[in-house]
Ligand binder design. Structure first.
Ligand SMILES: [Zn+2]
Length: 106
C-alpha cells in the first residue's frame, strides 16, 4: 500500500490524521524491521519474515499486486562482494523482482 492508501483507510477511524503521522509510523515500522519499502512502487509492505536485520528479496506480482518476501543471505553477500570490488561500500540493498505470482501465472 502507498502511504496515502494507508491514510485513506485510517481516516475513517481517525479524521484528523495527516500524512506526516503516517510517514513517521512507517519509518518506525521500517526501523524495527516490521515493514519494507517497495522502492519501485513507492509503497510499503509488512515484513513477512519477522527478521529485524535482513535485506529482503521482494517478489512483486504485476497482475494481482501480491508481494512475496524472501530472505537469502547468499544473494546479499554476493551483491556486497560485487560492489565492493570497486571499493564501493554497500549501505543497504534493494532487491525487487517483478513478474507474475504462482497463482496468476497458472
Ligand atoms: Zn498474482
Amino acid at each position: 500500500m502507498t502511504a496515502y492508501e494507508i491514510l485513506d483507510q485510517l481516516k475513517n477511524e481517525e479524521a484528523g490524521l495527516a500524512p506526516p503521522t503516517v510517514y513517521r509510523a512507517l519509518t518506525a515500522l521500517m526501523d524495527e524491521g516490521r515493514a519494507h519499502r517497495l522502492e519501485s512502487l513507492n509503497a510499503f509492505v509488512s515484513c513477512q519474515c519477522a527478521h529485524v536485520d535482513h535485506a529482503p528479496v521482494l517478489a512483486v506480482c504485476d497482475d494481482c499486486g501480491s508481494v512475496e518476501e524472501h530472505a537469502d543471505e547468499i544473494v546479499m553477500d554476493r551483491l556486497t562482494a560485487i560492489t565492493r570490488a570497486t571499493g564501493f561500500h554497500a549501505r543497504r540493498h534493494v532487491v525487487e523482482v517483478h513478474g507474475s505470482c504462482g497463482a496468476c501465472a497458472a
